[in-house]
Design a protein around this ligand. Structure first.
Ligand code: ADP
Ligand code: AMP
Length: 214
């Protein structure tokens, strides 16, 4: 099963992608996570990506398309994968289609997690990420047992630099301008599904499982 998660930043793509990956035993491929890991390790890719990410801008297509094309050919992807945060532009979607065509494969579902802008601001400003294992929480909607400490690994939680209020609006503008057109792209391709992302996390997941089949 090959799935794309669509939706605004903070809509809950990562939250749902992790659950999908666990339930269907397929890898969760998050380009944002890949960039953040590269930043942490101080790689050249990380240094380049950070300059864009900190401004709320998209990293240029050429820095991301080959990376994903390589990743989806790894052994663990043979039963499928869930893409989170990729594609984010029409050229990225076209290059994904081209990479899959070479492998004689196609995406099965593009699931749009639909959340209006007014909810997005509180989703992003309340998001906390574990500095160690990358688990994601929300101060109001999904709090940890001990404030500021990751339930999974005990490391400390941080506010992502790009979740600071001054960057959130920019990221939303970029989403509407460059990423939202993908909804129509995948509608035309006949694989678009939409879920109401304003529901509680468990209900959103239930709606997704209904689409994918148990
Ligand atoms: P994305 O991957 O789309 O950027 P996340 O999955 O990281 O978004 O979710 C953004 C924030 O909103 C996180 O803090 C997460 O815990 C919270 N969140 C995710 N889904 C929901 C939901 N259905 N209701 C309330 N909060 C949610
Ligand atoms: P995310 O974790 O998906 O919210 O991504 C965080 C940031 O990483 C984005 O705001 C972009 O700057 C960058 N990024 C992640 N995925 C992509 C992508 N597919 N194309 C361009 N930039 C990306």
């Amino acid at each position: 099963m090959k799935i794309i998660m669509l939706g605004a930043p903070g809509a809950g793509k990562g939250t749902q992608a992790k659950r999908i990956a666990a339930k269907y035993d397929i890898p969760h491929i998050s380009t944002g996570d890949i960039f953040r890991a590269n930043i942490k390790e101080g790689t050249e890719l990380g240094k380049k990506a950070k300059t864009y990410m900190d401004q709320g801008l998209l990293v240029p297509d050429e820095l991301v398309v080959d990376l994903v094309a390589d990743r989806i050919q790894k052994d663990d992807c043979k039963n499928g994968f869930v893409l989170d945060g990729f594609p984010r532009t029409i050229p990225q979607a076209e290059s994904l289609d081209a990479a899959l065509e070479k492998l004689e494969q196609k995406m099965d579902y593009a699931i749009d997690v639909d959340v209006p802008d007014e909810n997005i601001v509180s989703r992003m400003s309340g998001r906390r990420a574990c500095a160690g294992c990358g688990a994601t929480y929300h101060i109001q909607f999904n709090p940890t047992k001990t404030e500021g400490i990751c339930d999974a690994c005990g490391d400390k939680l941080i506010l992502r630099d790009d979740d600071k209020p001054e960057t959130v609006q920019k990221r939303l503008d970029v989403y509407h301008d460059q990423t939202q057109p993908l909804i129509q792209y995948y509608e035309k391709a006949g694989i678009l599904e939409s879920v109401d992302g304003t529901m509680a996390m468990d209900d959103v997941f239930e709606a997704i499982v209904k689409i994918l089949g148990a």
